[in-house]
Design a binder for this molecule. Structure first.
Ligand SMILES: Cc1cc2nc3c(=O)[nH]c(=O)nc-3n(C[C@H](O)[C@H](O)[C@H](O)COP(=O)(O)OP(=O)(O)OC[C@H]3O[C@@H](n4cnc5c(N)ncnc54)[C@H](O)[C@@H]3O)c2cc1C
Length: 473
């Protein structure tokens, strides 16, 4: 391989162009820094755009439409005959959305005069007067750049599980599950977190018999228990099977076709496909952090202080590669705050109000503390619940499942958490997050005029319910 020595200097070099890296790069450029971004994949956008948030939501939308045409259109008097699903067309549509958005990032880089390097970035353990030296390696050779500041935004990869042999044709990670080209007859999903339930929904709606296997005794174990219980019931009614509190010990391709899944103390399953969705692990592979003296924590994440500084001077880390919820919008907030800190000396993220959304149908969404967390920390609270059953807009949608649950401090009435199961919960949660960012009380939301008929009225009613005065329930 030809070795090309080249030295280019930047105020900031970002390694990784996921939502953390590319957003941080744009914010730094807006603040006047000369910025370079190194990304090893051709398409920028990271896990989120290439194999995460966006392609999964594209498939959720397609499968939702198919399912609605098959099971719900008749309620509206719409008859559909000869309904079929063309999986190849569905995948093509998904890929087109991904490509268009990826090109959008390229044009944002041009607009903000950010230089993109395609290749794998690593530290070489040298600093010059221009800062840290970073090597970018690709098929054509190696380029060396220097950066006064470096942001590591190398994201995460699917977590492995002992005994599970991923081959991406039979035993899949979410990446493989986004590329299945025929509707499987049966599928086992290991893990009942957001990714597991979303992918289970996609394939179940298209006709696959899906069984979700979860080690904990509930689905969405980190969410409020009312969400866990309600979502499990709703998804069960939709036809997804659950085996909770089970330990999968082995999953692999079976020589006679399909897969075998062994479960401790239970009968083995023989699904056509297996999806491993037990979480994600920080990705620092090949970065050569050892050359900087950075040691990762027990979970492989890069330790940082409240300003994203690693133990190495002028080297920062953001997004999935550090502690915190592994979510695209959290990575983006990190990116903005880190860039602002580097350029201005200010920059902050309030991790108490990072919303989380599960894009099943109905959706589940939450921000702030769960009821259990308040109990565990002895914080006195009041609860306001309002069911979508009593919401006019939900009736017109034909989906009245779910509720809004608001938790407010018993003495100050300050909103501490909002938990929603329901249609468009992922969009509704933004009101709760905004209110919490302004330290609103439940009374504040109860006094805001909400348009009628909207799903958001359920948030106002839940706020009124905190004080026992919901009108419609
Ligand atoms: C199936 C699935 C669905 C998801 N759905 C959602 C969702 O709906 N909402 C949500 O908020 N989150 C979702 N996530 C999580 C979300 O994708 C991540 O939290 C987010 O992408 C993290 O952003 P990041 O910038 O930290 O890292 P990433 O997006 O992982 O980006 C890191 C980038 O760094 C590059 N890179 C790594 N090492 C190097 C190197 N040495 N040199 C150069 N480049 C390198 C990688 O190629 C990658 O492009 C989902 C994830 C998956 C897998």
């Amino acid at each position: 391989m030809e070795f090309i020595m080249n030295e280019l200097s930047y105020d900031l070099i970002v390694i990784g162009a996921g939502p953390g890296g590319y957003v941080g790069a744009i914010r730094a450029a807006q603040l006047g820094l000369k910025v370079a971004v190194i990304e090893k994949e051709k398409l920028m956008g990271g896990t989120c755009l290439r194999v995460g948030c966006i392609p999964s939501k594209a498939l959720l939308e397609s499968s939702h439409n198919y399912h609605a045409a098959k099971h719900q259109f008749s309620d509206h008097g719409i008859a559909v005959q000869g309904l079929t699903i063309d999986v190849a067309a569905m995948l093509k549509r998904k890929q087109k959305i991904v490509t268009v958005l990826g090109k959008g990032i390229e044009s944002l880089f041009k607009k903000n005069a950010i230089t993109r390097y395609t290749g794998t970035g690593r530290f070489v353990g040298e600093t010059t007067e221009n800062g840290h030296v970073i090597a970018v390696a690709n098929n054509e050779g190696e380029t060396r750049l220097t950066g006064k500041s470096i942001i590591i935004a190398t994201g995460s990869v699917s977590s492995p599980l002992r005994g599970i042999t991923v081959d991406e044709t039979h035993v899949l990670t979410s990446t493989g599950a986004l590329e299945i080209d025929q509707v499987p007859k049966t599928m086992a999903v290991i893990g009942a977190g957001a990714i597991g339930l979303e992918m289970a929904s996609v394939w179940s709606r298209l006709g696959t018999e899906v069984t979700v296997l979860e080690y904990m005794d509930k689905v969405l174990p980190t969410m409020d228990q009312d969400i866990s219980k309600n979502m499990q019931k709703i998804l069960k009614d939709q036809g997804i099977n659950f085996q909770l509190g089970v330990k999968v010990t082995k999953a692999e391709k079976h020589p006679e076709g399909g897969c075998v899944v062994e479960i401790d103390g239970k009968e083995a399953l023989r699904p056509e496909k297996v999806l491993l969705a037990v979480g994600r692990a920080a990705n620092t592979e090949g970065l050569r952090l050892d050359t900087l003296g950075i040691t990762c924590d027990a979970r492989g994440r890069i330790p940082v202080d409240t300003h994203f500084s690693t133990t190495a001077r002028d080297v920062y880390a953001i997004g999935d590669v550090i502690e915190g919820p592994m979510l695209a919008h959290k990575a983006e907030e990190d990116g903005v705050a880190c860039a602002e800190w580097i350029a201005t000396g200010h920059g902050h993220v309030d991790y108490n109000i990072v919303p989380m959304v599960v894009y099943t149908d109905p959706e589940a969404a939450a921000v702030g503390k769960t009821e259990q967390q308040l109990k565990d920390t002895n914080i006195p609270y009041k609860v306001g619940m309002f069911p979508f059953m009593a919401n006019g807009r939900a009736r017109t949608y034909g989906d009245t499942s779910g509720f809004v649950k608001m938790l407010a401090h018993a003495d100050t009435d300050r909103i501490l958490g909002v938990h929603i199961v329901g249609k468009h919960a992922g969009d509704l949660i933004a009101e709760a997050a905004s209110a919490m960012a302004f330290h609103a009380s439940s009374e504040d939301i109860a006094r805001v005029c909400h348009a009628h008929p909207t799903l958001a009225e359920a948030i106002k009613e839940a706020a009124m319910a905190v004080d026992g005065r919901a009108i419609h329930a």
